[in-house]
Design a protein around this ligand. Structure first.
Ligand code: F1P
Length: 346
């Protein structure tokens, strides 16, 4: 039993290198379906992966909570590729999902952070995110690095399957290379984000809304807040608000809205208006220079402009920072939240 995640990961002169999956690339290119299994934050990254693979590689994707998937009797065939995502590489449910898919003949890939962990030994191929150790229990950089690898895979596959034209491929690669400097610019707002945290540190409930690529980010923002500050937080697709959560909105409800400029921008602006009409407090994550939402929301946190497929990598950062400050202000131990384990191995 060896470690199958070998090879270089890089973007170099508009070329993507994902060494660990080179050997299975023919299989991946011809796959009939991709199943992504994961838990917690890794599941949210998987959701972004679904949008990316569907849009750029035109492949059907199913995203499964490994903790539930393992107890079903799902239809899996040798034409399927299962991608297991796990920061620790030790999550018992994700390992069980791998075992089940393997028995049914699927090709198994992994995306893990911890080198030499169990998942890389159980897969046919895979990629290490090399994000360095997650000091705290709650995953943060694991999310951004997992989404980066999924984007690289989706763009590479899109190109190989002929579902993505060259110009777009080049543009997206260029966008990926700009992410580090854009995150540096978001970090300049840290003290402003801290001021917002001060205002909402005593909240008991909160809502996170997003559409498209930003729906999984809403889920991840809500998870970060509940994991480390113990404030009840729910993430929803913005359009789902009127199907239930809208009943919760009043002047005590902070609503975090992912509202960067993309094809559903007008719709998200109306969602913000709906929240304000019910006296909810809106904290919006917007594209730099957005004057429309500035007039509507209680607070706006700006992030640099990007292609909508790259926006999760940027918009998650202010949500992570705000959760961090709220938790610290509430006297919570952000590195070791109560009841949570770094690797859930049982
Ligand atoms: C999954 C996970 C983490 C969460 C916590 C418990 O772990 O749910 O997302 O932050 O650490 O486990 P993994 O499979 O990604 O290691």
């Amino acid at each position: 039993i060896g470690d199958t995640f070998r090879g270089r990961i890089a973007i170099d002169k508009s070329k993507i290198f994902l060494g660990g999956i080179t050997d299975v690339m023919p299989k991946l290119t011809q796959a009939k379906r991709i199943i992504i299994a994961a838990c917690g934050t890794s599941w949210h990254a998987a959701m972004v992966g679904e949008y990316l693979f569907e849009e750029f590689a035109r492949l059907p994707v199913e995203v499964e909570y490994a903790s539930e998937f393992r107890y079903r009797n799902p239809v899996i065939t040798p034409d399927d590729v299962l991608i297991a995502i796990s920061q620790s590489g030790e999550t018992a449910d994700t390992l069980a999902a791998i075992k089940m898919a393997k028995e049914k003949g699927a090709t198994i890939l992994g995306i893990c952070n911890v080198v030499g962990s169990s998942i890389p030994r159980e897969t046919d191929a895979g990629v290490y995110t090399h994000a360095g150790p997650e000091i705290g229990v709650a995953s943060t950089k694991a999310f951004t690095s997992q989404v980066t690898v999924l984007a690289m895979m989706a763009f590479m596959l899109g190109r190989k399957r002929g579902s993505m034209y060259d110009q777009l491929y080049k543009e997206l690669i260029q966008e990926l290379t700009l992410v580090p400097e854009k995150i540096v610019s978001i970090l300049k707002s840290e003290s402003y984000i801290k001021e917002i945290a001060e205002k909402y540190k005593d909240a008991t409930n909160s809502l996170y809304l997003g559409r498209g690529y930003l729906f999984p980010v809403a889920l991840e923002g809500a998870l970060k807040l509940k994991e480390i500050s113990y404030i009840h937080a729910e993430g929803y697709p913005a359009a789902e608000m009127k199907h239930g959560p809208i009943a919760l909105i009043d002047e005590n409800m902070p609503v975090f809205v992912l509202a960067t400029k993309d094809k559903s921008y007008e719709k998200i602006v109306s969602n913000i208006q709906e929240v304000k009409a019910r006296s909810g407090k809106v904290i919006a994550i917007v594209t730099e220079g957005d004057e429309t939402i500035k007039q509507l929301a209680d607070h706006v946190i700006e992030v640099p402009d990007s292609h909508e497929a790259i926006a999760p990598l940027l918009t998650v950062v202010p949500l992570q920072i705000i959760s961090y400050y709220i938790a610290v202000m509430r006297g919570c131990n952000v590195d070791q939240p109560r009841n949570l384990a770094k690797s859930v191995t049982v």
